[in-house]
Design a protein around this ligand. Structure first.
Ligand SMILES: C[C@@](CO)(OP(=O)(O)O)[C@H](O)COP(=O)(O)OP(=O)(O)OC[C@H]1O[C@@H](n2ccc(N)nc2=O)[C@H](O)[C@@H]1O
Ligand SMILES: Nc1ncnc2c1ncn2[C@@H]1O[C@H](COP(=O)(O)OP(=O)(O)O)[C@@H](O)[C@H]1O
Length: 289
């Protein structure tokens, strides 16, 4: 068998409405996600010695954690497959940063294993099993299978209620350089005595920027309590020439801005890097459906 390679795009929550916790502690959400052409690259050699090698800008950070704890390795368990073979992860995305990159790596591993070992799981089965990667599993699986587009998820993230093509708009991502724990952000959200969940507004009018303007990220305020650099970063990104809307993704601390053109997005990312942020510009993947 030959080595197989897959790209694992990150997830951006254009909208993230959250309700008070359920009895099991998990929170109901209604979220609209898109997938920029930014992410990690995962290769798999089914005949290599068992394990994961790490490379790329953020590879070293993960190498210390060992392969058994990596979401990539969990893919074997979720597909009822005996762990085998060697992965190479080119890690180009910040860890624990609200863009579901670890989850996307796990999803990519599930897709590779399903393909290489001809396991025969269909899209529905893969989506259901991907919940074992975390609440973000199904939305990341749906996004990767669809090649992007707008994916809407509810429940705690397991119910995919919309999959639609979108425009390949220019986008900038920036991170202040601190990992923010998702669990801790949700705990702070609870301390704010949350109101019942309000559904996110979805209309194509105004594209991705319209979806940001019509909605909220309910985790922004609690994330900001943990990482005060978030609000000023959003303000900076909103004020950059060509920016049409800016917000924070997921539980943070990665922020994003939708841009009028690739040129303004590239310039904005360059300026943010010069200010010391991790920043990249790209396009939103339009998707197949
Ligand atoms: C906030 C979101 C928005 O897309 O994204 P990220 O910030 O992680 O990218 C997700 O809901 C995160 O999904 P994920 O990161 O997979 O969460 P999990 O590993 O399942 O859970 C991490 C922690 O968040 C809490 N959690 C997660 C999802 C949810 N709907 N309610 C929760 O209360 C869990 O209680 C747990 O303590
Ligand atoms: N392949 C992976 N990439 C990133 N983080 C991973 C991976 N596997 C396991 N993790 C663990 O998952 C946690 C958060 O993952 P990540 O998806 O990056 O967060 P977020 O959804 O907030 O962007 C980290 O604490 C990290 O230790």
């Amino acid at each position: 068998m030959t080595e197989a390679v897959i790209f694992a795009p990150v997830k951006i929550n254009l909208a993230l409405h959250v309700g008070p916790p359920r009895a099991d502690g998990y929170h109901p959400v209604d979220t609209l996600c898109v997938f920029p052409m930014l992410g990690d690259v995962l290769a798999y050699d089914p005949e290599g010695p068992p394990g994961i090698d790490f490379t790329g800008t953020f590879g070293e950070e993960l190498a210390g954690e060992g392969h058994a704890d990596n979401l990539i390795w969990r893919a074997f368990l979720l597909l009822d497959l005996e762990p085998q073979g060697r992965f190479l992860l080119q890690k180009e995305t910040p860890i624990a940063s609200g863009i579901g990159a670890g989850t996307a790596d796990g999803v990519a591993a599930m897709l590779l294993l399903n393909d290489v070992h001809e396991l025969g799981f269909d899209a529905d089965q893969l989506r259901r099993r991907s919940l074992g990667l975390g609440a973000d599993g199904p939305v990341c699986m749906a996004g990767q299978i669809n090649g992007g587009g707008v994916i809407r998820a509810s429940g705690i993230g397991e119910r995919i209620t919309l999959t639609e093509r979108c425009e390949p708009e220019a986008i900038v991502l920036a991170n202040p350089g601190y990992a923010v724990s998702t669990g801790e952000v949700f705990r702070r959200f609870d301390a704010g005595d949350p109101s019942p969940l309000t559904p996110a507004a979805y209309e194509r009018t105004g594209g991705a920027a319209g979806m940001v303007h019509r909605n909220r990220n309910d985790l922004l305020a609690p994330a900001e309590e943990i990482e005060p650099a978030i609000e000023p970063l959003i303000a900076t990104m909103s004020a950059q020439p060509g920016a049409r809307a800016a917000s924070m993704s997921g539980s943070g601390a990665t922020c994003f801005a939708i841009h009028a053109s690739a040129t303004s997005a590239e310039r904005a990312a360059r300026d943010l890097r010069a200010q010391g942020f991790w920043a990249e510009s790209s396009f939103i993947l339009p998707g197949n459906a």
